[in-house]
Design a protein around this ligand. Structure first.
Ligand code: ZN
Ligand code: ZN
Length: 361
């Protein structure tokens, strides 16, 4: 944790700040280890201070490393309690400009802070810690590997259950159950099981719809191990695939493979997106590929880097990213294929082992 806090301090000069106020829970966790939902971390030039409320006394004592610990009680908001501590506690000396996470600090906190310290201007920043967190250490990579392995096995175990008459929610419940039985903490997000015309919804969270013969069924599933996610998509056909289903599947699979083959240290994320997008566009489905190619995996499922057209990110060894092109045709259905990929010194390693050829169940 000290290493991570120091890495943040090294960014202070270029950001024109002398302190950093961390309010995004996953960034608090990244820097000091706290996994609870209510906590704030202040990193100064020479030390760090963490505050949370009385529910987390024991948990914070066990988890928080590299920061002084303050617990508040009573009904005050964490913002009020924190500002009061900053004002009254002589051990905390902070001066000068304070970096804040403009996408995550509440307006209430911002105003409270400004009123309490009129001489200290908050400096709005974005993605500072998210960028520090892009390259994973071996512990983080191991957690992702374990999460991916669990999701692969959960998917394999649910394949025999995919039959006409089964509801999407029953299948998602089976996967959730398997995730936990195999050692995951929880699902990484609301699992997507989208069948028939619903498969054209890129985020079609499982519903009570019953699977029918001839349906495309998209599974976008993932779990969390030690805070780190897996995030995999597979699309299957129930019964025999039609020509059009087969054709769309082939285009998406080829596009996914092209992009996967481009993943290596130094690759520009926008160019990887283009590899897949051009292939899909040439096949006539460019307008139906309505999202980015992929994203980084971290303490947030959707983390940096961004693999998209507008992205200026470049891949580095130690990053974990997804590659997940899709084609969605309203009223007909959709296909998406997503793998989790580790960028290595000499290329890339696809972590998922679930089959990618078209499964007709
Ligand atoms: Zn996904
Ligand atoms: Zn994803």
């Amino acid at each position: 944790m000290e290493l991570r806090i120091n890495a943040l301090r090294r960014r202070f000069r270029s950001l024109g700040i002398a302190n950093f106020l961390v309010t995004r829970p996953s960034n608090v966790r990244y820097l000091c280890g706290f996994t609870g939902s209510n906590g704030i971390l202040m990193v100064t030039g020479h030390d760090a201070h963490f505050i949370t409320d009385g529910r987390y006394t024991n948990q914070a004592g066990e988890q928080v490393k590299g920061a002084g610990l303050f617990i508040y009680s009573g009904g005050a908001s964490v913002a009020d309690a924190f500002v009061r501590e900053l004002k009254n506690n002589r051990d905390i000396r902070f001066r000068g400009r304070v970096g804040v996470e403009s996408q995550f600090m509440t307006v209430e906190f911002y105003q409270t802070f400004r009123r309490a310290f009129p001489g200290s201007t908050p400096v709005e920043t974005a993605n500072v810690i998210e960028e520090l967190a892009m390259v994973k250490n071996s512990g983080e990579i191991n957690a992702i590997r374990r999460a991916v392995d669990i999701t692969d096995r959960a998917f394999e175990s649910v394949l025999p259950e995919i039959k006409p008459g089964v509801r999407e929610l029953e299948l998602s419940a089976e996967i959730t159950y398997k995730h936990k039985r195999l050692g995951a903490e929880k699902d990484a997000f609301d699992l997507i099981v989208a069948s028939g015309p619903r498969s054209a919804l890129p985020h079609g969270i499982a519903s009570s719809r019953k699977i029918r013969t001839g349906d495309l069924v998209t599974f976008d599933i993932g779990c969390i191990v030690d805070g780190y996610p897996s995030d995999m998509t597979r699309t299957v056909v129930v019964g025999k695939a039609s020509r059009r289903q087969r054709e769309i599947y082939r285009v998406v699979q080829e596009a996914q493979q092209l992009a996967v083959e481009g993943v290596k240290a130094g690759a520009k994320c926008a160019e990887l997106d283009a590899l897949a997008r051009q292939h899909i566009t040439r096949a006539g489905y460019g307008e139906q590929f309505t999202h980015n190619l992929g994203h980084g995996l971290g303490l947030e499922v959707h983390a940096r880097p961004v693999l998209g057209r507008q992205s200026r990110d470049k891949l580095k060894a130690g990053m974990a990213v997804t590659v997940e092109p899709g084609v969605y045709i309203e009223g007909f259905g959709g296909v998406r294929i997503e793998d989790d990929i580790l960028v290595t010194e000499d290329g890339a390693e696809v972590l998922n082992r679930s089959p990618k050829e078209l499964l007709e169940l």
